[in-house]
Design a protein around this ligand. Structure first.
Ligand SMILES: *Cc1c(COP(=O)(O)O)cnc(C)c1O
Length: 393
């Protein structure tokens, strides 16, 4: 299917398959298996399954396939494999292609579980991992060598919203023959066109903006047909990390509004960041859409937006942060992001609690730091909620 549909059309229609009933909404096929008309047909399908032929839901399912086709079209990749969670996608993309003795270069500022895979799992199986400061291109140049198999990074880091220059890092990696694997969750598929900028494989936790309503855990690996079907799929389907058809069905519904939601959230995030910059109890505001962000120019060139998250530091350290969070009435204390509901997170004591102090310091995770995932509420209401809570510090 090669159509020159724009994003919003793709998000509503791409990948839709209809049964003999011609149902309007995407059907949910809650079935693990499929009936073959004859023994010969079963044999033939195990030799090679056609486009509309399925064997077992761990291998593929019509609802899951619709989701894979829709997100591949959005991403601009040839194909995609849907996974049970974002971590199944990160683990699948890396573990499926790496073997003992291989070398990987990764940015250091990673989601905790991504760090676990690189630091603990891959190294246990003899993969060598070098960590770099993702924003420092010289460090990438020094670390990526002719033996490097892959580079991995989050295009926008958690929680300090630091960007990696995808185009520049991809050039460095490709010059040495390394594959570029990007975790594009924070930047969102709407704002971060990672493949156009040189990424070979893009992974998502679909738990975030793609579900968009904090309901389902899911993930996806997007890439070439060669990578998805020859490398990622065999690993995923035999190790059990496939997406449930029910999750795929929820994601298909969520995607119809993905562009609208991300843009509305980013508009509110920009207003909130600007409002926070003028507050006495706020000692630092990190938002790539603000001129004060050190990578503002890169953010505008790479994403055309500051994104849907705002990170800021309040006065009074941990006590100040806790007083602030406990006084919030609209924003909820939790740790998801990309949800319709605005969520406040205290990274130092929750998502990044496990990190030793020196690493927290290196990543700028101070006791007063708060990460705000901006939702779909009225921006004025959110700003009023934040101002009231700031006064409680
Ligand atoms: C949430 C997240 C993940 C993990 O996704 P799950 O769906 O929770 O498994 C990976 N990377 C980033 C950047 C995330 O935000």
């Amino acid at each position: 299917m090669t159509k020159d549909w724009k994003t919003r059309t793709t998000l509503v229609h791409e990948g839709s398959r209809r049964s003999q009933y011609g149902e309007m909404a995407e059907a949910i096929f809650l079935t693990q298996g499929f009936v073959y008309p004859t023994a010969e047909a079963a044999e033939a399908r195990f030799v090679k399954a056609g486009e509309d032929e399925f064997i077992y839901a761990r291998y593929g399912n019509p609802t899951t396939r619709m989701f894979e086709e829709r997100i591949a079209a959005l991403e601009g990749t040839e194909d995609a494999f849907a996974t049970a969670s974002g971590m199944a996608a990160v683990n699948g993309a890396l573990t499926s292609m790496l073997r003992a003795g291989d070398h990987v270069v990764s940015s250091r500022a990673l989601f905790g579980s991504c760090l676990y895979i690189l630091e603990e799992v891959l190294t246990r199986f003899g993969v060598k991992v070098t960590f770099v400061d993702g924003a420092d291109l010289d460090q990438w140049r020094r670390a990526v060598t002719p033996g490097t198999k892959a580079v991995f990074f989050e295009s926008m880091s958690n929680p300090t919203l630091e960007l990696v220059d995808i185009r520049a890092v991809a050039e460095i990696a490709h010059a040495q023959g390394a594959l570029v694997i990007v975790d594009n969750v924070f930047a969102t598929p709407i704002f971060s066109r990672a493949v156009e900028q040189g990424a070979d494989v893009v992974v998502y936790s679909t738990t975030k903006h793609i579900d968009g309503q904090g309901r389902a855990l899911g993930g996806v690996i997007c890439g070439t047909t060669e990578f998805i079907r020859k490398v990622a799929e065999p690993y995923m389907k035999h190790t059990g990390g496939s997406m449930s058809p029910f999750t795929a069905w929820m994601h298909l519904n969520g995607m119809a509004t993905l562009d609208l939601r991300c843009r509305a959230m980013a508009d509110s995030a920009a207003r909130i960041a600007a409002a926070l910059e003028g507050q006495a109890q706020v000692t630092r505001v990190i938002y790539p859409g603000l001129a004060s962000h050190p990578q503002h120019a890169l953010a505008m060139a790479q994403m055309g937006s500051g994104g849907t998250l705002v990170t800021f530091e309040v006065a009074g350290g941990k006590d100040g942060a806790f007083r602030f969070m406990n006084a919030l009435e609209i924003a909820r204390i939790s740790n998801n992001l990309g949800d319709a509901k605005t969520i406040a997170t205290h990274p130092a004591t929750t998502t990044h609690q496990r990190l030793p102090q020196d690493q927290k310091d290196a990543l700028g995770i101070t006791p007063g730091l708060i990460r705000l995932s901006v939702g779909l509420e009225d921006a004025g209401d959110l700003i009023a909620d934040l101002q009231t809570a700031l006064a409680a510090i």
